[in-house]
Design a protein around this ligand. Sequence first.
Ligand SMILES: [Ca+2]
Ligand SMILES: [Ca+2]
Length: 192
Amino acid sequence: MARKHWGKTAGIGIALSLLVTGLLGCSDDDRLRSNVALESINGGEAIQSDVFSLGKDIEDPRDDFVPEDEISVVFRNTPLDPALTPEPNMPFGDVVITKYLVQFDVPDADLASFGGGMYVKIPSGETAESFVTAVPALYKMQPPLVQLIQGGGVGEITGMAYFTFWGHEVQTGDEFTIKTSLVCNFADFSDE
Ligand SMILES: [Ca+2]
Ligand SMILES: [Ca+2]
């Protein structure tokens, strides 16, 4: 069987990062204690979402599959008053991220938002990395994304993915949200 290449250039590359900061207030007074922000998401790159994979053996259709895209998210927890939290794991200042939601805006597509629970603890003054599903395989089994398989349809579709993360400070329960977005390019990218 001839080896066919459906590769697309990884175009529109740079992710649009709208890094929004979550500020935590102290329950005793109005002084802000922690500044929780996204250090990076998907390494600052657009999501290159492959709608179909030929698997390890590109000649054998039996291991072909529709991939799910997982991305790295790195959070930073910066104490706003270093005197208050001089050491990691000291009282007041540790935060946890406990759930997230992704909403897509993709031309001609009606993709339900999705998300779920997650757990990443970020000690005061530190960063922590987590991995979350950014694009479920189910999205790629419906039009117009399914039509991109083997270079069909319009070849490549560019959309936006909007992320919301929810968390709270461990010791006080003070809640915060962090929002960001990424460009997402869908195509049947090369599997080699
Ligand atoms: Ca294969
Ligand atoms: Ca592919």
